[in-house]
Write a protein that binds this ligand. Structure first.
Ligand SMILES: Cc1cc2nc3c(=O)[nH]c(=O)nc-3n(C[C@H](O)[C@H](O)[C@H](O)COP(=O)(O)O)c2cc1C
Length: 384
């Protein structure tokens, strides 16, 4: 199969992966309206073409929290990435590292912090959920620090998990789930051999280390499900500050008032995100939520954005709407599921090239040049 985009990787991943894994990554919450809007709203934003400006020297480099990024992109935390390729988090982290961009390890990764961080040169980012078990949170922060992680991404849009209909139908959860997953694996022998067998253990690596016993998919649904904490408030973030002195980024902001609170709290960054449409279906797409947030806090705090970004043009659009850096979720996992770490590396090169085309034809020579001036009729396009 010829691969020229994240969508091609999506199709290739669908063929290679057992359905329960494909739908876990591909699906969203409830009727998946927000998931669709994330992608559609971004692709509708019109770029403003400019020509004859000698665009032979472009720079995609950017600075974020004292780190130099070869382009303004980081990989979002995605739980169970290690199920999509053999020791998948390590493979994805190595690809990001070679490209010169940050990889964020999820709380609920397959590979633990101690396996991924030493595999790469640049410091890893670590994502933490607020969980009832504060002992786990403290333990995870201490381990992330000991492993040299630079930035904490604190996800706040999951005080309760959203309902994902596809998971119940695919065998990820629901009746006879384990049997259904086993049967699906038998019909996907490449995955079954390479990942199902040779990629073991399929623990929730960070949680097994804390509990001192092996964990698995059932604990993902059980332990984690019981541990989400709806009582979370800004006070809990004060508590975390005691254990984390590096940059702290709050992920899951969709409203300017919450963004202002993040500035007041003293966070170093926010991620404008609706969790890829996996939490509250019906909320705004990130592309629509971002401009008023940027109006409220741009310059006071670093603004990262994810949800719906599938190519380099989308990255340029998000930057023009006010983001400082973008994050990729599904796009990199599709590539990982289809072609392992090489797939992720290739996807990042595609995004680099697409960004260069978009910058050349909008007249932006540097990342700082990507502003609302690169867009046409912003208000009109977004009001539609
Ligand atoms: C399968 C899957 C698992 C995810 N797991 C996590 C997670 O463990 N922690 C987290 O903060 N966000 C998680 N997210 C959300 C992503 O970090 C990111 O916000 C989202 O994927 C961005 O949308 P996109 O996939 O359209 O790019 C997950 C997303 C997906 C698709």
């Amino acid at each position: 199969m010829i691969i020229s985009s994240a969508n091609d990787y999506r199709e290739a991943a669908q063929r290679r992966l057992p359905p329960f894994l494909f739908h876990y990554i591909d699906g969203g919450a409830y009727a998946e309206y927000t998931l669709k809007r994330n992608v559609e709203d971004l692709s509708k934003i019109a770029l403003r073409q400019r020509v004859l400006n000698d665009m032979s020297q472009l720079s995609l480099e950017t600075q974020l929290f004292d780190e130099t990024l070869s382009m303004p992109v980081a990989l979002s935390p995605v739980g169970l990435t290690g199920m999509y390729a053999r020791r998948g988090e390590v493979q994805a982290a190595v690809a990001a590292d070679k490209k010169g961009i940050p990889f964020t390890l999820s709380t609920v990764s397959v590979c633990p912090i101690e396996e991924v961080a030493p595999a790469i040169q640049r410091p890893m980012w670590f994502q933490l959920y607020v969980l009832r078990d504060r002992g786990f949170m403290k333990n995870a922060l201490e381990r992330a620090k000991a492993a040299g992680c630079s930035t904490l991404v604190f996800t706040v849009d999951m005080p309760v998990p959203g309902a994902r209909y596809r998971d119940a139908h695919s065998g990820m959860s629901g009746p006879n789930a384990a049997m259904r997953r086993y049967m699906q694996s038998c019909f996907h022998p490449h995955w079954a051999w390479n990942v199902g067998l040779l990629g073991r253990p399929h623990d929730l690596g960070n949680i097994s280390k804390y509990l001192g016993k092996p964990t698995g998919l059932e604990d993902y649904i059980g332990w984690l499900g019981n541990n989400f904490d709806p009582s979370i408030s800004w006070k809990d973030l004060e508590w975390i500050r005691e254990f984390w002195d590096g940059p702290m980024v709050i992920k899951g902001i969709l409203d300017p008032e919450d963004a202002k609170d993040a500035v007041r709290f003293g966070a170093d960054g926010i991620v404008v995100s609706n969790h890829g449409g996996r939490q509250l279906d019906g909320v705004l797409s990130s592309a629509r939520a971002l401009p008023p947030i940027a109006d409220a806090v741009k310059g006071d705090i670093k603004i990262l954005a994810d949800s719906g970004i599938r190519n380099g043009l989308d990255v340029v659009r998000m930057l023009a709407l006010g983001a400082d850096t973008c994050m990729l979720g599904r796009a990199f996992v599709y590539a990982l599921g289809a072609a392992g770490g090489e797939g992720v590396a290739n996807l990042l090169e595609l995004i680099d090239k697409e960004m260069r085309v978009a910058m050349t034809l909008t007249g932006a020579k540097t990342i700082a040049d990507i502003t609302a001036d690169c867009l046409v009729n912003l208000d009109k396009v977004l009001a539609e």
